[in-house]
Design a protein around this ligand. Sequence first.
Ligand SMILES: Cc1ncc(C[n+]2csc(CCOP(=O)(O)OP(=O)(O)O)c2C)c(N)n1
Length: 547
Amino acid sequence: MKSSFIDSMNADQTIHRQVLSGNEAVTLAAKHAGFHLGCGYPGTPSTEILETFHELGGHAEWSPNEKVALEVALGASYGRGRALATMKHVGLNVAADVLFTAALTDCPGALIVVSADDPGMSSSQNEQDNRRYAVAAAVPMLEPSDSQDAYDLFLVATEISERWRMPVLFRMTTRVCHSKSIVTPHPPNSPPAATNYERNIPGRVRIPAFARPAHPLLRAKLAEIAAWAETSGLHRIERGTSDVGIVTSGVAYLHTREAAPDASILKLALTHPLPEKAIKDFAASVKTCRVVEEGDPYLVESLRFMGIPVAAAPTEFRFGELNVESVRKLLAGEKKPTPAGAPGRPPRLCDACPHCNVFEVLRKLGCIVAGDIGCYTLGVLPPYEAMDTMVDMGASIGMGLGLRHVLPREQAKKVVSVIGDSTFIHSGLTGMAEMVYNPPSTGHVLIILDNETTAMTGHQEHAGTGRDMNHRKSGRIVIEDVAQAMGIRNVHIVDPFMKQDEFERLVGDALVRDELTVIIARRPCVLIAGQIRAWKQAAAEGCCNAG
Ligand SMILES: Cc1ncc(C[n+]2csc(CCOP(=O)(O)OP(=O)(O)O)c2C)c(N)n1
């Protein structure tokens, strides 16, 4: 999907003032800083960053999942390339294993991990606050408030990452990612260094003997960054009354500026490590120091640890997004924020969505459905109500197996796992390995809803479609081949638009057998079926681009 931003752009225009979303601003900064590579896995509100980077001519790739994306980016950094890895907040859970140890390694090329958090869960299964990850993984973190900030701070993140040769967490939130505001770009003068591999075995091979000295080194780097941050000019004091001083960051800064125009404000940009002296001096300069932040009491806890007495917001303010009115109420000492507006029309499966028939049958057969994340999660809603669990990407397989292991036989025989094609590639492969390795005595039935795209996040390609970001032919993982190669003998590929009684018979038979069965219900997403057919046709004809 092309944005107007890209349409209106040519090489010269990228340096002029323009109205951009935070995601577009990050992309532009990455492009101006000569980033060699962008990797990620789609997830709202982060998805457009990589798509826009690709449209601007950057080398962008959708990876099978966030862990792989960060690993690819880390490898690029070791080769002195500048790389960014993008993901939504829960994606960082998947990539956390890489992040924690990557922080202990020598990263000569900039490595920026963009975490797009979703307070308020506009399109997520939880509202975890990824600022905690910066502390836990001991990496620097920057938090922009608007699009100009996103552009500027991304360049700062690049500088920090290369100066201290470590990953930097770039934490955005929904409003910052998607709101548009004016950006005046100022491309850096110096191009990135030439890519090159310089061997540093103790710096990159994390056997305990090399990892032990790396931890004190990491702490020393953070201490240096904290000292640098005091005078870096990254934080800003806006002087108002000396009665109240508010420490804030991210989008909460904008709400605070409007809600408390007379207050003194300390706007932070680097929120890990914190500029302790600057914060203490600011707190000492006002009668009462307050904190306004969205999500967890991260800043409150940090200030208290510094010995600054600040009140925590009442618990109710911890849920969902802040807005100007809520900040006003918080500062006025009220116990509850402004309630979120009435929810819009609930989403539902599209008419003629190929997933519908599957859920109709699962409902009819009274199945216990271990579900997963994607458009098909909407099968939980009426009229189907055919999903019993949905926790995290890939969980359907493991959870279905767990249920089968413990339930009484007659219930166990009703358990079915349901997963989408992109989700299967993301984290269903290892679930399938578990299914083969530790099969329940009742067998198991796995249905893969293959609509040949990642529909939920805007129709991205993935390794199972065999097309790249340009929708051109690339390597393809054939799901049925994988199932067979893993040792599953009952593998069926069906068109979910087949007669419902035939599909019902197929699932019914599979449920009766004490064996492992995989049913791949394959039909392109109805919203882009024509395009998918054209891309497939072009690929079959060996043509590079189907437009
Ligand atoms: C760890 C993680 N990464 C990304 C997402 C965002 N996300 C949710 S489901 C999904 C993929 C959906 O694609 P697919 O499984 O093919 O189902 P479809 O929507 O096409 O029916 C994505 C990218 C997420 N919820 N969690």
